[in-house]
Structures are given as C-alpha cells and as structure tokens.
Write a protein that binds this ligand. Sequence first.
Ligand code: F6R
Length: 614
Amino acid sequence: MCGIVGYLGDGNAYNVLIGGLHRLEYRGYDSAGIALVDKKGKLNVYKTMGKVSVLENFCKDKNVDSHIGIAHTRWATHGEPSDCNAHPHYSEDGNLALVHNGTIENYKVLKDALVEHGCTFHSETDTEVLVQLIEYVRLQNDCSLLDAVREALKQVIGAYAIAVIEKNNPDCIIAARKSSPLVVGVGDDEFYLASDASPFVEFTDNVVYLKEEEIALIRRHEPLKLYSLDNKENEIDVKKLEMSISQLEKGGYPHFMLKEIFEQPATLLDCIRGRVVDHGRIVTLNGVSDNRDTFINARRIVIVACGTSWHSALIGKYLIQDMCHIPVEVEYASEFRYSHPVLTPDDIVIAISQSGETADTLAAIKIARKMGAFVYGISNVVGSSIPRETHSGTYIHVGPEIGVASTKAFTGQVMVLTLLAMTIGELKKTLSPEDVAKLGNWILKLPSLVEKVLSLAPEIERLSLIYTYARNFLYLGRGYSYPVALEGALKLKEISYIHAEGYPAAEMKHGPIALIDAEMPSVIIAPKDHLYEKIVSNVQQVKARGGSIIAVVTEGDETIRNIADHVLEVPDVPECLTPIITSVPLQLLSYYIAINKGKDVDMPRNLAKSVTVE
Ligand code: F6R
C-alpha cells in the first residue's frame, strides 16, 4: 500500500526512481510523484494524479538532473487521489520533502497544533502534517534533520514508512519505519531505499531491512547508520537478496496475472522442493518438525488471514482437521483482533499472508503472541514483517507475485498447508507412513497435472466470451471446494468488477436459490469427492430453475456433463488436493472475462497488493 523509492549516489536519481516506481506500482496507483535536489540546491517536486507513466510524461520537459531523490506511488487513504494529495509533500518553507506509506492516526491533533503555530496546509493528507511537523521541530530546536525526524516521530501515533530529503543538505536521506516496510539497498558507494527490494534488484543484492521504529541515516560517501527512536545506534545486518530481475518482468505474457497463473507448475515445484523427497515417502516442513512438541500437544489451531489468504486458511482447516484431528478455527485477521480473542499457551495461531505485511494480520499476530500462543507464519516475501514477528514459519517460495489478484500465492499457500497438515499428522500418528507416502507421491505429480489444467486456457477463453456481460455470478462448492468457490468469486469481482458470490452449495436452498434465473450463471466446483452425489443434486436444483451452469468436474464425468451448460474437466486427484487443481480454471475464467471487458487486470481499480493500513 503506497510504494516508496529513494536514491543517493553518483548516478542519475531520476532514472532509478522512475524505474523503481514502475516496479512498486502494484502497491498503489492513484498518483505518483518525485522529489529531487538539483546541483544548484533547488528542490524540485513533480507529482501527478494517475499512474507512473503519467508522471513520466509530465517530467519529460522538466529539470530532473539530480543524484538524490525520493519518489512515491500512492494508494489513497487521507484525501482523494489528486495532484495536490499526491506525494512527495513538502514543508511550507520548501526545505523538506517527504514520502510516506501508512497512516498517522493523530494527524488531526498535530495539524491543529501546527495551524496554531502559523502553518498552512495545501492537501488533505496526514503526510503533509508529518513533513510540516518535522520542519517545525527542526526550526524550533535548531537541530539536524535526523534529530528532528526522531523527535517528530515520537509524537506520532500510527504506521509509517517515510523518506525525507532536505534542500539545504542534498547529501542525506533520513528514512524510518513503524508497521510499514522499508528496505535499504547498499550498493557500491550508493544507496537505494524502497518499500521492497524489487526497485533495485539489478543494482545490488546487499539489503538491510529496517526494524520496527528504526531510523536510517543515509549519507553520501558515508557508511549507513541505524538508530532506534531513543537514539541508540543499532547494529546493521546486511542480508543477501534472493530475487532475480526475470521474476519481475512479464516474460512475454501480456499481463503479470497471466504469467503468474501459467507459472504455477513451476512455483508448486519450488514450493515442495526439499520438502517432499524420496518419491514422496518423506514429507517435512522444518518449521513444524523443529517445534514437534508444540504441534503434537496443540489443543487448537486458529488461522488468521485476509482475502485470498483467508480462503487458503479455510482449506487449511479441512486439511488439518482431516489429517491431524486438531480443531481449527479460521478468522478474518481484522475481526480477530477486535473480538477479545481467547487464547492459551497450548493454542497455535497460524498467520497466512502473501505479502507478509498485511496490517490486520500483523496486529493479530501481536495479540496472539501477547496471549502466549505459539505463532506460525506462512508467507511469500522473504524478510517481510510477518516472518519476523512469528515464532516459526514457512515461506511458500513462489517468487514475487506482482499481479494484484493473487493466483500463484494462493496455490502455494494451499500446498504449504497440505505439507503442514501431513507433517503434523505424521508426528501425531494420525497419518501412517503409508498415507504420507501415497499422498506425497501425488504431490510430486501435481505440477504436471496443473500444467494439464492450463491447457484448458483456449477453451476457457472461448467460454468467457459467452459470460462477459453477465452482471452477477454465483460460485458454489462443498467441502474442499467451498473455499475454492469463494476464491473464484473473489477473483472475478476484483478484476472484472462483476458481482459474484461464493456459497457452500448446500446453503443455496436457504436463500440464494431465489436469485437463480436465466441471467444468473452459476460456477459449480464439483470434483469426484465424497460429496459428489450431494453436489450433483445442487447442480440439478440450479438447472431446474433455469440457471446456466459452468461446472468444474473430474475428467470423464458424464453425469454433470449431461446437466451443465459447460464443463471444464480437470484431472482426478485425491480429495485434499482438489483445491489446487480446481482453482486454476477459475483464475483463467476471471482473467479472460476481465480482458474481454477491457479491464486492467494487473492493477484493478481501488485495490493495492500490500494492505498495510487497517
Ligand atoms: C486477492 C488478494 C487479496 C489478498 C489480501 C491479503 O486477490 O490478493 O485479497 O489476499 O489483501 O493479502 P496478504 O496475503 O498479502 O496478507
């Protein structure tokens, strides 16, 4: 949510910053802006509503000569998307420019106090309050920018990742973070700064992830320094980045979303590598086996997540209850945190998050830790906040997911949850070694089976043309296919803006069946599992009311083929692996419908990839 980039060195700051903003655009794309100090010491701030390409055009005839700068791509929180509300914001005297990701909760109080001191404001943002506050503190105390930032941040309640530059000291960037990510790239006598490492992956692989409430002092030709808010110097832990530039490009696909859908055979392979070995006979997640007793003795598991990750959490519930006989509750992290949760030290809380930065999920983790629960994280982004806040965990290792609609991260999460349930099941002896070996062997075959499902793409593209102009959709499934229905509906609504509801198929007769008519297509996920006969009845109930049906079925299913309008056949796999197989055609269906409607699938309206605000 909002992307920050910064550069200080001997190179061309503008080029680094614009390139970096393009990479971070997935985090928000309401407006973009850049602040540079030129060789004559002039602070130039350029900002425009719209995407980074609009800013780039705007800057074509501007003075962009600089070796230092900060830049921002915005997902609006305070104030509508506009040129004026775009970042960077600057102090009234034009000395400081600042970019910010997060929300300053007490901005109104701070703003009122600054107005009393004579400050005037031009935007509706909380960020302008912060930059004016820092400059006010600096002038009042006649102190350095570092001291001013530190003192100002002590007055702030809320979340922030910020970068500040000063016209009168163009050889320094001050950056700080609390609850919003920030990473410094340490190059050869030059520094990069960004919300994640993608903007500078081609320049350096030495990275320093800022910790909570840490301030970075970045100076030209000087080593990086880190301080705590109470002004103690912190140690610097330089990590090696494991990310390649090809992972950040479309690789010949028209959209990141399509690329990421088609990457799934490879990402599933990466996800299971080293975890399923010896022809499937050995399945281990180290994060689980390293905490053997905790998992064996768990009284209950509570899974917290948001959005798509919450859907994989629901699948996790079925997996863990089936294989480990441990009761599992699944909660929206945003509800969990305010629900006065009751946890004990023999509860395990699993937090699932692709980005590893979702504010509600992070808050839920903090509560769970405080209450003494063991907290396990499942995340994709190495070095992100959630893996650092949890006791143990697992990376899904599916590579950077750039399309805003989650696809490969969903299947990666479900895969890890499957491995997690199998590892616990074997430790608890609720699964026999034979059970593990049989399923492990199927898991090894899964990437090539997903490849087979992807060959349905041309058929799904044709099918999508029939349904492009439907105004509503129902997605129905039972058991493991119920969360798949929820996920299918979410994918459709977020990228095509068609209203879609996911339902447990049996619940349909308790209300939603009233919606069914010739105008309301239903997508029914009906693989041959232990609920197959039941879902056939649901298919018949929809047909009997004149609804059209797209059914995702197991290869060779003649029964549903004879009832449904269209069937998409997927390979037969054990029931617990069906979500990975059946979710892929639904991803493709929503992709093609959105494309037919001319929508921007990679950057759907109003959304952002990393939701670092409440
Ligand atoms: C949907 C989607 C969102 C995210 C949600 C949680 O396609 O991407 O619903 O799943 O915002 O994000 P993470 O997993 O990063 O915590």
